[in-house]
Design a protein around this ligand. Structure first.
Ligand code: FE2
Length: 281
């Protein structure tokens, strides 16, 4: 039997990340969650912090709440110290990822610490289905050594944070949106084809160098995100460059969003604010 023909996703649009300020004056690049790309169901936000000037992030993200979704923190350089009101704390080192399910509510702080001058990392917000929004908070803290790296012919390397690629399965498990999250280093010579479920929404954020993404190949420069159209696979080539590729099952539910609370209705947002203000997180 012949293999069925795989349809490769085209690039539907390319959007540039915009400079933004969050937490206590942290300078960052907002890739998803700004006016140009409000969300990509189930993804609500993608921020990149990249600076060798401590003044850009020294204020960090002091105590703040979350309810109704998940925050994913991936550190490339520097460190992120976190602590919450349930007694959890830790230090995310370069190469590590934390998948935090805020669920019904958590109050935490996230404080960047530079190492060898540079702080570089991402935070991705992933929505929860209505029936999971009030689940108990949960963490998956993944050390760098637990993240498999797949070498691709031509010299590219793929770190598999969540989902599967090239026979490797990422350590982040049991997430309802069945996410695929890959850190892809392109050598300039390799072509990578990544199978993705047809129902998933997929984006690729180029955070270093450049990449050629999709079919037909669309050049995408550092600081830009490519939103992929329909198909069974995503192709990446070109470079040298590095991209974060994320795919997830869309929830198709109404979104009511107010700062760190993401619920389905305005009534639930008012309840979240009231619960937080009365110390019920
Ligand atoms: Fe947070």
């Amino acid at each position: 039997m012949h293999d069925p023909v795989t349809t490769t996703r085209p690039v539907a649009k390319v959007v540039r990340g915009i400079p933004a300020n969050d937490g206590a004056g942290v300078k960052l690049t907002r890739v998803i969650g700004g006016p140009l790309l409000d969300s990509l169901d189930p993804f609500l936000l993608l921020d990149e912090i990249r600076s060798d000037d401590g003044a850009d992030y020294v204020g960090g993200f002091p105590e703040h709440p979350h309810r109704g979704f998940e925050t994913v923190t991936y550190v490339l350089a520097g460190r992120m110290r976190h602590g919450d009101n349930k007694g959890n704390s830790g230090l995310l080192i370069p190469g590590s990822v934390q998948w935090m399910t805020a669920g019904r509510g958590i109050v935490h702080s996230e404080m960047p610490e530079q190492q060898d001058g540079l702080m570089w990392g991402f935070q991705l917000w992933v929505n929860l289905l209505a029936r999971h929004k009030m689940m108990a908070p949960r963490y998956q803290d993944i050390e760098p050594g637990r993240i498999p790296e797949v070498a691709v012919a031509g010299g590219a390397k793929v770190r598999v944070l969540a989902g599967a690629f090239g026979g490797a399965t990422g350590p982040v498990a049991d997430i309802v949106t069945e996410p695929l999250l890959l850190d892809i280093a392109l050598s300039g010579a390799a072509e990578i084809s990544i199978p993705v479920p047809v129902a998933h929404n997929v984006f690729a954020y180029v955070f270093d160098g450049e990449a050629a993404i999709g079919e037909p190949a669309t050049p995408v420069a550092r600081g830009h995100v490519a939103v992929l159209g329909a198909g069974e696979a995503v192709r990446l080539g070109g470079g040298p460059g590095r991209a974060l590729l994320a795919g997830g099952k869309p929830l198709h539910e109404p979104i009511a969003r107010y700062g760190p609370f993401v619920m389905n209705t305005p009534v639930e947002i008012r309840q979240a604010i009231a619960d937080y203000q009365s110390g019920r997180f």
